[in-house]
Design a protein around this ligand. Structure first.
Ligand SMILES: [Fe+2]
Length: 356
């Protein structure tokens, strides 16, 4: 099967793709030393001249852009769904904003004026100085929105139908179990829209970085929410880790428990079995334990990886994952006592606790 998507998921940075298509400078790095001196160039879509600012700390949540308005000039009418806060760096002028042509609001601004642009309102900036240009810096939530929605057409237009999905649905490409399987580093990756049975789906691959004999498959279902299935054997448990909010864990088979904690020693135990659901709170450690007599399998549905604030996306895993040999010995003894209540024994190999 040909791949359903045009982009490698690891490159699926819709905002990055978008700003590269705009043809204006992108100032990257740790800082822009002086916004008033940053290079700008002609900006066809917006009018005037502009530049994007994408600094290393933005974590694809917010970004900034500069707009330079020529003396006594105006920019194009614009509209998008993001929130925007504007700071005037140079010049003076006015901005009209409206949802309804017959109710246009207008504000006047001057150097260091600060104002908000409401989401999905049309707006137009004007400079009122005949001698000098105006310079605005806008901070926008566009990266987060664009990377979650993944559809430029929904972000900028009045249409709420993303062309991407329209083509898939109407072009007969939305077919159950018709996906393509590839091996991403450390895991299997399935690209498709629907599978007939998550409980019996067999395309899992070893993901030992997450725990002893853990197997998983990640789903790439297009822009937006994503999911993975994880399975780990009888008598074993996964490594503790933590990430951002919203991951819904639905147990498909087996039984066990999950410890969740924000502070060491303040653990909460969540027992689970087939049909259970729980959501590890944002940035809380959580660790899954199999206490049943069959492999435990769960489905986790979560935000795109770049918004999961996961250790996996950074170099230093140790901040967000606790290796077996680093964990509190209590973790192991709790597990062994939980198993003994059920006349089961841990199958965790001793070497797991010794290895560096
Ligand atoms: Fe997790």
């Amino acid at each position: 099967l040909e791949s359903i998507f045009d982009l490698n998921p690891e490159e699926r940075d819709y905002f990055g793709e978008f700003i590269r298509s705009e043809g204006i400078p992108v100032h990257a790095g740790n800082t822009v030393p002086d916004l008033r001196k940053a290079q700008v160039s002609d900006w066809k879509r917006v009018g005037g001249r502009g530049a994007y600012i994408r600094l290393v700390g933005d974590a694809t949540v917010n970004a900034a852009y500069l707009c330079q308005i020529p003396p006594s000039g105006e920019l194009n009418v614009e509209k998008d769904i993001s929130d925007k806060i504007v700071l005037v760096l140079e010049g003076s002028g006015s901005t009209q904003m409206w949802y309804n042509e017959s109710k246009k609001y207008r504000i006047e601004w001057d150097k260091y004026s600060l104002f908000k642009l409401p989401p999905n309102a049309r707006y137009q900036h004007r400079s009122n100085s005949a001698n000098s240009s105006a310079l605005l810096v806008t901070i926008t939530s566009l990266p987060l929105l664009m990377n979650v929605i993944g559809h430029h057409d929904m972000v900028f237009s009045d249409s709420t139908i993303p062309q991407f999905w329209k083509e898939k649905l109407e072009g007969g490409r939305y077919v159950v179990d018709a996906g393509s399987l590839s091996k991403a580093p450390g895991t299997a990756l399935w690209q498709g829209f629907a599978i007939s049975n998550a409980k019996t789906f067999s395309n899992l691959d070893p993901t030992s970085t997450r725990g002893a004999e853990n197997k998983s498959v990640h789903f790439d279902t297009g822009p937006g929410l994503t999911a993975h299935i994880s399975e780990f054997p009888v008598g074993k448990y996964k490594k503790a880790h933590r990430h951002g909010p919203g991951a819904h864990v639905v147990v498909l088979s087996g039984e066990g428990y999950t410890l969740i904690w924000r502070k060491p020693k303040e653990r909460i135990k969540i027992d689970w079995k087939e049909g259970s659901v729980f959501v590890p709170p944002s940035r809380w450690f959580h660790q899954h334990f199999n206490t049943g007599s069959v492999p435990a399998r769960y489905l986790a549905v979560h935000s795109p990886v770049e918004h999961m604030l996961e250790a996996e996306t950074f170099e230093n895993h140790s901040l967000d994952q606790i290796e077996y040999n680093q964990e509190d010995p209590e973790i192991r003894s709790i597990y062994e006592s939980e198993l003994s209540k059920r006349n089961l024994k841990s199958r965790m190999d001793k070497s797991l606790y010794a290895q560096k």
